[in-house]
Each structure stands twice: as C-alpha cells, then as structure tokens.
Design a protein around this ligand. Sequence first.
Ligand code: SF4
Length: 305
Amino acid sequence: MLSRIVRVLSIVPNQNNMATFSRRRGKTEEVSGKTEENEKVIKSASKSSQKRKHVVITYDSETEEPNDAEDAKIAKWEPKHWREVVDNIREMRKKKDAPVDEMGCDQCHDKDAPPEVQRYQSLISLMLSSQTKDQITFAAMQKLREHGLSIDKIMETKESKIGELIYPVSYWKVTKAKHIKLTTALLKDKFEGDIPKSVKELCSLPGVGPKMAHLCMKSAWNIVSGIGVDTHVHRISNRLKWVKKPTKKPEDTRVALESWLPRDLWDEVNHLLVGFGQQTCLPVKPLCGSCLNKSLCPFGRSVKA
Ligand code: SF4
C-alpha cells in the first residue's frame, strides 16, 4: 500500500487535543510558569481553534520509508515530457539569482543560533511569507532578529510591537502579529519550547497550514514530508498540465503532484518552480517567448508569438 494516508483533523488544537499533546510528552495538565498575560494568550489560542474549519489533510507518514517500486507499479499517469521540462527549468534557473534563492524562507534564520531557535525562526519566516514577497519577508525577519527572535523574547513582546516590526508584510496587523503571539505561547506551553516535528502538529498551530507545514518540516527538521505548493507551484503545475485535471486549490495540486512525481524531487521542485515563477513563468504575462519549455507547455503553445 502506498505510504500516503488521509486523515480529517482540526487544524488548531482544542482543549482536548492539547491535553493529548501534554500527555504524550509525559507532562501533567498543569503548565508551570504562566504569566497572567500568557494565560490569556493560550486561552485565546484555544478559543480561536473552536472557530476554525475542519480540513482534509493528506500527508505522508514521516516514519515510513518511501517505496518507489511500489509507487511505480500503482502510478498510472504522469505528464508527458516532464523530465525534459524539469531539465529545461534547471537550465533556466542555473544562475540561482531569483529572489527565493537569496531571500527565501530558508535564508532568513540566524545560522549561529541554537538549533531550536533556528527552527523557531524558520517557522516564523514561513508564517510571514504567506502572500508576501520574499524581499519583504526577509526585511521583516531582519528587524525581528535585531529585536530578538526567540520564543522567550517574543513571549515578552507585545502584539502591537510585533506588528510594528513585521510591517509591511501582508496582514501584518490583522492576523500575522496575532498568530505569531498565539503560536509562540503554544510552543512554549505545549511543545517544550520547540516547534513540533510532524505535519499534523504543525498544522495545529494558528496561522500554519499544510503548505507551510511541509516546507517547515524540510527547513527546520530536514525531513521531506510532502511537496510545498505555494501560488507559483500551483499556477505553473496547471499551466504545464502536471495535474491530470485542473486544480483550484494548492492543496489539491500537492496531492496531484505527489501521485506521480518521484519522491527524490519533492524538495527540489518547490524551489525550482518558485524561482521560475518569479523570473519567467510570471503570474501575469509569462515570458513564454523566451522559455525553453514553450514547445512542451500546453499554455505556452497556446500563446501567439
Ligand atoms: S511556456 Fe510560458 S506558461 Fe509554459 S512554462 Fe514557459 S513561461 Fe510558463
């Protein structure tokens, strides 16, 4: 059987599953060292979890080894010429000079910080990056790092100050500053001051969805748990018809790609397509005329020279 499993879960912990996390870690329900303000933040995180919708998340068991032979037998469909297309994108990306190469989320953390701080910073940079250009995320991360970007430091920082530091990332005021504060409080109280090491638990944090969780598993833990599908990967996969049927949501694109793309390319494909989308296969007016894939790409073939 394929290593993929499907589970339905709430993407933020409620009181019950937060208790489960504590029990799993051998902790009592009592959390020590809570300040009045932090208790309020934890309560708020739990409250917001009640409002969030249930979503279906398909993800890989992080403990299973890939079984490519088995996958190959079952996979019935793959897009034509995809290997050639990938080689062409590698060629077009060989200078590695796209914004994601220099200022992507994997470039934002302090490489001299303790490992758990680096992991926390990786998660925060991914939270900031949603619907925000790499350059803006990178600048916000620099300001946060100058302020001090550790769980303890953010615990003692007011939400309004976080908002001030991360401006002008998108949704800086309405959601991101709040989610950073809530997530940080949960990490301290429920995850022993580190970020969790599974897609499921990462998705339980406010403001963290499947795309972010898979990218975080790679950047923070060096575990490839799935393909990180952002707006670039989603758009380009549909233009190239790398999905059997057009997909509306990035999460559907991720499932479709994982059904045929060899696992050893799952990590590379995100970086490859994000930079390609920033430089050539642009959201509006893609540069099809100068793209090496023009004759192989259904969208490119439809564009008049
Ligand atoms: S031909 Fe155009 S749409 Fe197709 S991959 Fe190249 S830039 Fe993108």
